[in-house]
Design a protein around this ligand. Structure first.
Ligand SMILES: Nc1ncnc2c1ncn2[C@@H]1O[C@H](COP(=O)(O)OP(=O)(O)OP(=O)(O)O)[C@@H](O)[C@H]1O
Length: 458
């Protein structure tokens, strides 16, 4: 699927790119997950693109493939129509973690960007000083990174990227390690430089977790979906004059993206207001069908309880965007919690709202013991592997079963890491529901009281 809503010269593109991370030592029976599946994207001169998507949807992988830091497993990367292999010298990246050398000064860190290009010493110095000046670091040339605040360090990150005068600037969550005010300040300055064309960069691509960053900065917003990673929706950004939180169009756009991201299995088209369906969107992919097996969101019970209680306090229905704000959570952190409440049939999502079911309402109003009882009933009814573990424990003469039995099943469906995470969530939920105990050093599940758990037999 290709970009369709912008018109400048195509600088960089990926065509039908897929990615599977090969293991150094492949293990038999372990499934290698497809991280990106048939992604095509064009980056055009003059545009600022934001890549949004749930955690694990492959945003950083896509950015690294575009930058030539990672090879796709299939598909092509083209720079101005020419196939690319290896790092692209026409672009620079700013990372979340700043990635500065602590033993070099600000000036030396910025100059480093030019050393690889073999720019003569005097020119290097001139260009580094001018990048330092541009990004507001004047006076800090001789300081070491440890003497600088997070915001100033990230400025060094920007100066080091801009000193090479890249045609494309990539940013991987550039503001997420900064406090709110510092991030807002740097964001504003960057946008001023970009909009006033004070930097030589022709296009910017930013990976972000923050919907508001995307809406306030980007000309085009790509929302990735997961399992496997793909471009789910392409939305035209707002005109610059409407990119402020007091504007109605801004609130509507943020709300729409929230709705898209919190409804991973709903067609984006059905979430769009009719007037937007034709005018403001490009590619809209039908949702990937849910996996034919269950995937548990990794969420603590306390978070599920807190979310349900908060929605109950708002009368049993609350806007997801508002919930994210109340809980100070990015959509990526809210999404697994919403999925968990949906999986346990405690709440449903509809039109961007989270609505408690009658069981969810009972759960919110219950005391601790009853809450646990409801959780146990819901978990047994809805979580297949928990039900299987309890059934196997009841059948076993010692009421003990090894975790390996379930890890073998999980490894057939998930990567090794994800299989362990799935098991960990099953253990947490099962322990809370008092369905079994888990003996960590032996890696076994045990039925504490086979008599009382008789009623859980399925
Ligand atoms: N070097 C690697 N080797 C193996 N798997 C990897 C590697 N890097 C990333 N992955 C896996 O690829 C998937 C996508 O990761 P990626 O970091 O691209 O996603 P993302 O959308 O940027 O996630 P996040 O928002 O959490 O940073 C994840 O499941 C991750 O575990």
């Amino acid at each position: 699927m290709s970009a369709t809503i912008t018109t400048g010269e195509v600088l960089l593109e990926v065509q039908h790119v897929s990615k599977v991370y090969e293991e150094k030592k492949p293990q038999r029976g372990v499934r290698l997950p497809v991280v990106l599946d048939d992604v095509s994207l064009q980056i055009r001169a003059g545009e600022f693109i934001a890549l949004l998507g749930p955690s694990g949807s492959g945003k950083s992988t896509l950015l690294r493939i575009l930058a030539g830091l990672l090879n796709p497993s299939s598909g092509e990367v083209l720079f101005k129509g020419v196939p690319q292999y290896g790092p692209n010298s026409h672009l620079a990246i700013v990372f979340q973690s700043f990635a500065l050398f602590p033993w070099f000064t600000v000036l030396q860190n910025v100059e480093l960007g030019l050393q690889a290009q073999e720019v003569p010493r005097t020119q290097r110095l001139k260009r580094a000083l001018s990048a330092i000046d541009l990004i507001g670091l004047d006076g800090f040339e001789d300081a070491y990174p440890k003497e600088l605040s997070g915001g100033m360090r990230q400025r060094v990150g920007f100066a080091r990227a801009l000193v090479v005068e890249p045609e494309l600037l990539f940013m991987d969550e550039p503001f997420s390690a900064l406090d709110v005010l510092t991030a807002a300040n740097l964001r504003k300055e960057l946008m001023n430089l970009w909009q006033a064309r004070k930097m030589p960069t022709k296009a910017i691509v930013m990976v972000t977790h923050n919907i508001e960053d995307a809406v306030s900065m980007a000309d085009r917003i790509l929302v990735l979906g997961a399992d496997p990673g793909h471009i789910r929706a392409e939305l035209q950004g707002l005109p610059i004059t409407q990119r402020e939180s007091k504007e109605e169009a801004y609130t509507q756009m943020v709300d729409l993206i929230y709705r898209i991201m919190t409804s991973p299995h709903t067609s984006v088209e059905s979430l769009l207001p009719p007037e937007q369906q034709k005018t403001q969107t490009g590619v809209l992919q039908p949702p990937k069908p849910p996996r034919p097996y269950q995937t548990l969101p990794h969420v603590d019970i306390g978070d599920i309880t807190g979310l349900i209680e908060l929605v109950n306090a708002s009368g049993g229905r609350e806007d997801l965007y508002q919930l994210g704000r109340d809980l100070h959570l990015e959509v990526d952190d809210l999404l697994p919690m919403v999925e968990a409440t949906d999986l346990l049939d405690l709440a449903d999502t509809r039109e961007g709202d989270l609505i408690l079911t009658s069981t969810g309402q009972r759960f919110a109003e219950a005391g601790v013991l009853e809450e646990k009882q409801i959780f146990r009933e819901q978990a047994l009814a809805r979580v297949t592997m928990l039900r299987h573990i309890v059934r196997d424990l009841q059948k076993d003469p010692d009421h003990t079963v090894s975790e390996e039995v379930y890890m073998d099943q999980l490894r057939e469906r998930f990567s090794d890491d994800e299989a362990w995470s799935q098991l960990e969530t099953i253990i947490n939920w099962g322990r809370y529901a008092e369905l079994f105990s888990y003996v960590e050093d032996r890696g076994v599940f045990r039925l504490e009281d086979p008599e009382t758990s008789e009623n859980t037999r399925s």
